[in-house]
Ligand binder design. Sequence first.
Ligand SMILES: Nc1ncnc2c1ncn2[C@@H]1O[C@H](COP(=O)(O)OP(=O)(O)O)[C@@H](O)[C@H]1O
Ligand SMILES: [Mg+2]
Length: 352
Amino acid sequence: MGALSIRNVRKTFGHTEILKGIDIEVEAGEFLILVGPSGCGKSTLLSMIAGLDTPTAGSIHIGERDVTHLPSKDRDIAMVFQSYALYPNMNVAQNISFALEMRKVAKPQREEIVQRVAKMLQISHLLDRKPGQLSGGQRQRVAMGRALARDPKLFLFDEPLSNLDAKLRVEMRAEIKLLHQRTRTTTVYVTHDQVEAMTLGDRIAVMKDGVVQQFGTPDDIYSRPATRFVAEFIGSPAMNMIQGMRSGDGLSAQGVQLALSQEQRGGLNGSSEIVYGLRPEHLSFGAQGLPGTLTMLEPTGPETYALVHTPVGLLTARVPGKVNERVGDPVMLAWDASNAHLFDAKTDARLG
Ligand SMILES: Nc1ncnc2c1ncn2[C@@H]1O[C@H](COP(=O)(O)OP(=O)(O)O)[C@@H](O)[C@H]1O
Ligand SMILES: [Mg+2]
């Protein structure tokens, strides 16, 4: 039995089914990510894990215990939300120790916990300040401190970094990861940001329209996306998608013949309309290949994103360092066919 089991959970608001049967098993100590576009049902699912709402059907277990109908306060969980909801009139130390006080933890022990948590989050020097005297990042730490003080069975995060600026977001992301490596508390973390999902998750559930499209390790999800949606959602720049038809031993797309390996051909299962996906890092400029015109360059420093207009559409190549060609130049795009991801154009399911 895992640390958290979500079994066939459904949720209907009015006449609309928002969650359509979610099954997820989380192992003890695991960092689970729920990722998907806004409105796909992530917060709804998290609030049922937290006990702030009840599923229409299905069950939720924390450890051995069926908590489906258990009030939030009896679940031994701690939550950090996007809005930190700190008590404005309490200082940092009081904010961190408040939940302990409510649980009748003795004062000396409370003080010890506050000191330990503050040290872990490097906010020991801020304990006397009120939330209004803190920066966004410091408030974020206090909110995490409040959750950490509890030493819960389960940590729940709902987009905790989305109010921070880009640089701080990257720093806090690393801190959350380090913190988890230290405490190994089982964690469920909601985000719409695929980079956060990939960098933080032991495993990731990619959601769309109330359905888990794929549940796996970051490597599974990146290397073998189960659906066209997952393939396009995870990875930046996004995977290039070329619409093709079975033709001879390969595919035909806008008059261009795309080769398939024997293994790829074997995996087509009779599908005739195929989406042929290529990650930008698998495209390079070659002496031969698909002809196109360089349309735009986006240098990032260590690598450059090159947009190339081709007969099969606008393709993005991600090349190391700088690009010598200029906008308007004719170029040839080359790739190894075995790197292509194939999807059925009708069902969006991965082929092979
Ligand atoms: N209490 C509610 N009543 C009606 N609809 C809701 C309620 N809560 C969420 N929804 C709807 O459920 C869908 C999923 O919402 P949510 O779980 O917040 O998405 P996410 O967190 O993935 O952005 C949205 O369409 C939202 O409008
Ligand atoms: Mg949400």
